[in-house]
Design a protein around this ligand. Sequence first.
Ligand code: MRU
Length: 353
Amino acid sequence: MTMQNELTVDELTVQALQWTGSTLRVLDQRQLPEHIVYDEYNDAAGVTEAIATMRVRGAPAIGIAAAYGVALSVRRHYSEYSAHWRQNVMADIEMLAKSRPTAVNLFWALDQMRTALNQQTEQPLAATLACAEKIHADDIAANYKMGELGADIIAGAKGVMTHCNTGALATGGYGTALGVIRSAYKRNHINVYAGETRPWLQGMRLTVWELAQDGIPVTLVADSAAAWLMKSGAIDWIIVGADRIAANGDTANKIGTYSLAVLAKQHGVKLMVAAPTSTIDWKTASGDQIEIEQRHQNELLPACYLKEGSLVSAWNPVFDVTPAELISAIVTERGAVLNPSEQGVRSLKNDIE
Ligand code: MRU
């Protein structure tokens, strides 16, 4: 169930997700930058729909929203004193897992919530809510760490380009790739370019808006201008986030990232992936095993081609995979891996164990 209310810009803080104590408030990213509208959810079905329809999007934010969705499920089913409350919550977890396929943070967060749920406790709501709040807080802390680490690596860069939206809107706060850009900008002025990110336009609608909120100047470029921008010598680094990093460093991210990586190699520009370790899928050996989400053609085609009998259709994969060999650095909250390989990525896991 959702309730809508529109805030004035004066009340705006860039927060994609807010836990109110009993409900989850979700900033509807489909309506940005024109309208700042929060929807309020009190059950897992609503949160599933918010993720599937991209009211909330971005890998870490999807995971955090799903975690709160599980807490809402426990709240509902346990408080109904149903003998089957646990089964009902498990069914809600399965439903949340089907909301989007590529961002592994979703499945990672749901695993964390299952573990919290399986704790022998008299207070499952408190246990699951504490877990969701920890996932949220840890993500913000990870982003600040990545910001500093990434800024160290790009020290001296004059210009950077980013793709999609990886900021506060896509995470618990601060952002991954955008967090690196925020931290780098605090140290020294750098020129920031954002690709528009067709077809959903996360760059044009979200990233430039978010940076402007922080007073960071940004130049929007059409995706098709990226090669020419690189040729001009204006950028030293491309900095992107990730939806899933395979064990060998291959990285699934927003469609267009692979094109940028290929272009970067041609022009001697470096590519950084900034993502928390919750984005690493240790069970997936390489990028060709990552499921790539295909979204409906109506997100790409103008309405005139959507009529029955139309001879025009669209192929709309919304992620692609960049092979590790095209990536100069993967930056996580556990440290950075330069020229990533299976061994390098594994060193981050050893660090966790
Ligand atoms: O389809 P979206 O908007 O959810 O895709 C988001 C991205 O591809 C981001 O780059 C990625 O999730 C990292 S967000 C910190």
